[in-house]
Design a protein around this ligand. Structure first.
Ligand code: FES
Length: 547
């Protein structure tokens, strides 16, 4: 008899008694901790993918964790048969890449104009002294996503990108979408979500190859909920119609002049300089957050004459259409499917994720995996490739049904990675929501798809997604290659620009006021667009417009 325990892809034969943390130690798998297995720090979160029945009952220290999430130091194995698969919150590789910051689109060179400057040994933020030092001056840009977090570290005196890092958002234990997080944050006192993310971020910042106290400014972008939780704002109102951040409500009441937020390093609980400024970029309106605002900066929408569209696919998909004269935007609650959430073998686009899938003539899958590791799951770009290949080879019809009554397609037998027909339903709904949003915004603008000059495809997988596959399954409109520009994670690009240039930050503050928020539910054809968008077939650039 034996029990196979898999932690982060590493396998060990296990038996009753020790905790998951003990076995992780034996396997050499690092589990985040600052209390040495005392059940106090709450950092040793693991997601149990299968085999929960082989583990001890949830303890009182784990009462804040739901569903598949446990504390590795608190849960022990109870049996010597079966199989348990789990993983810690995942990390991307930290890349150290001293290089000039380059913009994703065809912009001119960014004029370096940071808010933090030096006068002799005085370090100043907007002219006010915050420290005395002759050491370097660093700044940090962060895209705080619902599923993943991206950090980029800069030398603010040279504009050089020094390192970047990405990690799974540990707040996932509070639910996979923003509505669940709002409910969690409202129900559990003590700002647990904020403190958990601060713990993980602190570890990531400490690993950067610089003294973290030389970080004097940080620019944070994220959707309205993620940003406001990080800044300890009450997020209850974002979850209730008319879905407004407290900053938006206060702005309308004349209590503040911008929806941006500022706090110092000490308050943020991060190991950066205590007097550092942490700037939360302004949100647009409702769920259209600082990430959408940052996307506009990344593609230089404020100076754009052409008509452009930006589609930033994520748990909430942001859609922006227009030019420097008129901008419409909307947010679609697409759900976490394209970020690997709610998919049986889904995962974010971090190491171990299958990001490329192709099927050859004999029906064999060829898989491309992020990082030099065995596959652990499938991320968004892999899912798009996979569905496109299934449609191309006739193994899945446009309604999302598998051929011959099968309900599962195996990609990697050894690692137990498969794709279910029920996963297709999740992805169909997410795709339907995205496409309905896009149709609605174009319709309100009075535009046909093919009248747009540039279609920017953004999002965590925006850089890696196969455009042919995305067009084939109708994730994006059937536009010619020349009009589709992949900009990768435009939100982090925008955050970097706002960090490196005060002028651009002011432009961002102006730009958000210019956007008209398009509320999807008010469009008479929204539901028809949604039903049509759930199908896996190309979307032609013709639709009825309401002007
Ligand atoms: S190691 Fe601190 S709670 Fe488990």
């Amino acid at each position: 008899m034996s029990l196979n325990l898999t932690i982060n892809g590493a396998v060990i034969e296990a038996g009753p008694g020790p905790s998951l943390f003990d076995y992780a130690d034996k396997l050499g798998v690092q589990v985040p901790t600052s209390c040495q297995k005392q059940g106090k720090c709450k950092e040793c979160i693991v997601e149990v993918v299968s085999g929960m029945e082989c583990l001890t009952e949830r303890t009182s220290e784990e009462s804040h964790l739901k569903d598949r999430f446990r504390l590795a130091c608190r849960c022990h194995l109870t049996t010597d048969t079966g199989e348990v698969r789990c993983h810690t919150m995942r990390r991307g590789q930290m890349r150290i890449e001293r290089q000039a910051f380059s913009l994703p689109a065809s912009h001119g060179k960014l004029q370096l104009d940071p808010a933090v400057t030096r006068d002799g040994d005085r370090i100043l933020i907007d002219g006010n002294e915050v420290d005395r030092s002759t050491g370097p001056i660093h700044g940090l840009a962060m895209d705080l996503g619902t599923t993943t977090i991206v950090l980029r570290l800069f030398d603010l005196e040279t504009g050089e990108l020094i390192a970047d890092s990405s990690l799974e958002n540990p707040q996932r234990f509070g639910g996979s979408d923003v509505m669940a997080r709002i409910q969690y944050d409202t129900t559990y006192p003590g700002k647990l979500l904020m403190r958990t993310v601060a713990g993980y971020l602190s570890r990531a910042i400490d690993e950067f190859p610089v003294d973290s106290r030389t970080i004097y400014e940080m620019v944070v972008v994220g959707n309205s909920t993620m940003r406001d939780i990080f800044f300890r704002q009450d997020v209850y109102s974002i979850g209730q119609s008319p879905y407004q951040s407290i900053t938006e409500i206060e702005l309308a009441a004349g209590k503040r002049t911008t929806t941006s937020l500022t706090q110092n390093g000490r308050k943020s609980l991060l190991p950066i300089h205590p007097q550092a400024r942490v700037y939360g970029a302004p949100i647009i309106s409702g769920h259209l957050g600082a990430d959408a605002a940052a996307c506009m900066l990344a593609v230089d929408l404020g100076n754009e004459d052409r008509t452009i569209a930006i589609m930033d696919i994520g748990t909430n998909t942001e859609l922006i259409v227009g030019n420097k004269r008129r901008i419409l935007a909307a947010s679609c609650p697409a759900g976490p499917a394209f970020e690997g959430g709610a998919i049986a073998c889904g995962m974010p686009g971090l190491d171990g994720a299958i990001e490329r899938v192709s099927l050859n003539g004999s029906g064999t899958f060829h898989l491309g995996v992020i990082g030099d590791v065995p596959p652990e799951g499938i991320c968004g770009s892999g899912l798009i490739d996979l569905m496109s290949e299934l449609v191309r080879t006739g193994q899945m019809n446009p309604m999302g049904r598998f051929q011959d009554g099968v309900d599962r397609i195996t990609l990697d037998d050894e690692q137990g990675i498969y794709f279910l027909e029920s996963d297709v339903n999740e992805l169909a709904q997410a795709k339907g929501a995205n496409m309905a949003g896009l149709q609605t915004v174009f319709s309100n603008y009075g535009l046909q798809f093919d009248e747009v000059d540039v279609f920017y495809l953004a999002g965590g997988f925006g850089r890696h997604v196969n455009v042919d596959a995305a067009r084939r399954i109708g994730l994006i409109p059937a536009l010619p290659d020349a009009k589709i520009v992949k900009v990768g994670n435009a939100a982090i690009e925008g955050a970097c620009i706002a960090l490196l240039s005060k002028t651009k930050r002011q432009e961002l503050e102006r730009l958000v006021r210019q956007v008209k928020h398009c509320r999807l539910e008010t469009h008479p054809h929204f539901f028809d667009f949604f039903v049509e968008g759930c199908q896996f077939k190309p979307v032609e650039s013709t639709l009825e417009v309401t002007g």
